[in-house]
Design a protein around this ligand. Structure first.
Ligand SMILES: Cc1cc2nc3c(=O)[nH]c(=O)nc-3n(C[C@H](O)[C@H](O)[C@H](O)COP(=O)(O)OP(=O)(O)OC[C@H]3O[C@@H](n4cnc5c(N)ncnc54)[C@H](O)[C@@H]3O)c2cc1C
Length: 425
């Protein structure tokens, strides 16, 4: 265990490594599953409070979504003021909309600065509450080992689920997709359109990823089409930035009116092109159902110019590469990219989830009470509010654990904070 004069006390991975021996139990106060922004933010907040913890990550790096599963041209969609992780604002010389690589640099610095202990290449296979001791037993598989019995067991009083709302790409059932003779993929595997010049590509979905990927593909010379199956709000990044800033001072209805006015002035009525705005305002919609307005990086202009074609929902896929749409039109496509969202994978490994998670692996309690369950379980990064939500989850979780730990401070309470016990070998 390292113990700095500034009060940062972290559980050293070296210590775990030294004792790492498969089929051994390691006791640690807090286990955090997932080293994305949410897991990192929670670990940093705990470290600031000198509460030892270990972050367990299935991949060989932290922030794997941003490193491996995000397209090259991605920038943070929201201004940097809304994307800071706790205790470390973005550097002043960073641009307002931080590019993917700069964000990774920021996260790497974050890990170093808060001396976050991450155990990489460790897939959490199961976690359950042990009735006998009231602690969480977390079974972890070393993904680099060929030994199927190579399992480590962590015993923790507190378990933080930080495996993300975007853990696995979701591809909806489409009639005929299995017999499609072209290539199809989820957008999490799309990096750029270098190999797609001159190909007929259909992007399904008009959220941030769908619209931006369609724009990117068109720039790479693909004959691009996009499926927009329902009403959608679209704004520039700057408009959303203004709107989010105004929400601090004005009522949501007023901000929504202003947003719609700005969008109308900039883009006009796009219904002739198959792009229709919803009746409700963007922030009200977000508040009601979690639908995020789309940030336009240039796709709308391409739609107006006919460089990106719009289709309604797919009805089925027919004969090789023919895709049929609900309005009776059809088209031949070489590639289909599904930008149709993600699912949580919590239920694959969390056995005692019912208190906190529903059948979709999302929190049962509504925002703002979504982050805490009973018996020491928490979730960070499931508020559907991006990095801002992650930041607030992390602070709340660390403060709550700190309060519990302090409330039951035992004589010689050091043990409460930072101990790694090898229970049995
Ligand atoms: C393309 C894209 C752009 C986005 N842009 C923005 C933006 O501009 N602003 C914003 O605020 N939000 C944005 N978001 C939303 C959100 O902020 C990010 O998805 C963010 O990465 C979520 O962080 P997280 O830590 O909750 O989840 P993730 O980043 O998904 O991290 C979860 C981690 O858990 C690990 N894991 C999963 N299962 C296991 C297991 N069983 N065992 C061990 N490890 C496991 C994963 O490997 C992963 O590293 C964006 C999302 C996407 C997909």
């Amino acid at each position: 265990m390292k113990n700095s004069k500034r009060g940062l006390r972290v559980l050293s991975i070296d210590l775990i490594d030294r004792h790492r021996n498969h089929n051994m139990e390691i006791e640690v106060p807090v286990v955090i599953v997932g080293a994305g922004p949410a897991g990192l933010a929670t670990a940093a907040c705990l470290n600031k409070l000198s509460i030892s913890n270990v972050v367990i990550e299935r991949d060989d790096c932290h922030a794997s979504l941003w490193r491996k599963r995000a397209y090259d041209r991605l920038k943070l969609h929201l201004g940097k003021d809304f994307c800071n992780l706790p205790h470390m604002p973005f550097p002043p010389d960073y641009p307002t909309f931080v590019p993917r690589v700069e964000f990774l640099r920021y996260l790497d610095q974050y890990v170093n600065r808060f001396r976050i202990s991450i155990s990489y290449n460790r897939n959490v296979e199961s976690a359950f509450l042990d009735d006998k001791n009231g602690k969480w037993t977390v079974r972890v598989k070393d993904t680099t080992s060929n030994d199927s019995d190579a399992v480590e067991v962590y015993v923790a009083q507190f378990l933080v689920v930080a495996t993300g709302e975007n853990s696995q790409g979701y591809v909806p059932p489409v009639k005929g997709l299995q017999t499609f003779q072209g290539q199809y993929m989820h957008c999490s595997t799309y990096l750029n359109g270098r190999d797609l010049y001159g190909k007929n590509v259909l992007v399904v979905g008009c959220g941030n990823s769908g619209m931006e990927i369609a724009y990117d593909l068109s720039n790479w010379g693909a004959n691009t089409s996009i499926v927009i199956r329902g009403p959608v709000h679209y704004f520039t990044k700057e408009m959303v930035y203004i709107g989010m800033s105004l929400l601090r001072y004005l009522k949501i209805e007023k901000v929504d009116k202003l947003m719609m006015l700005m969008s109308n002035l900039k883009y006009g009525d796009m219904s002739n092109f198959g792009v229709v705005r919803p009746k409700d305002g963007p922030f009200i919609m977000k508040k009601k159902g979690g639908t995020t307005p789309t940030i336009d990086v240039g796709c709308i202009k391409k739609i107006k110019k006919g460089e990106v074609k719009v289709f309604p929902a797919i009805s089925n896929i027919n004969e090789g590469k023919i895709v049929e749409f609900v309005d009776g039109r059809n088209g031949e496509f070489d590639v289909i990219i599904f930008a149709t969202g993600y699912t949580s994978t919590v239920l694959k490994w969390l056995k005692d989830y019912r208190g906190l998670f529903n059948e979709n692996g999302m929190p049962k309690p509504n925002f703002p009470n979504h982050w805490k369950g009973e018996h020491g379980i928490y979730c960070a990064g499931f508020s559907r509010m991006g990095l801002d939500g992650i930041s607030s989850d992390a602070k709340r979780i660390a403060d709550d654990i700190n309060m519990i730990v302090n409330a039951r401070k035992l004589p010689g309470g050091e043990d409460n904070h930072a101990c790694l016990k090898l229970l049995k070998s």
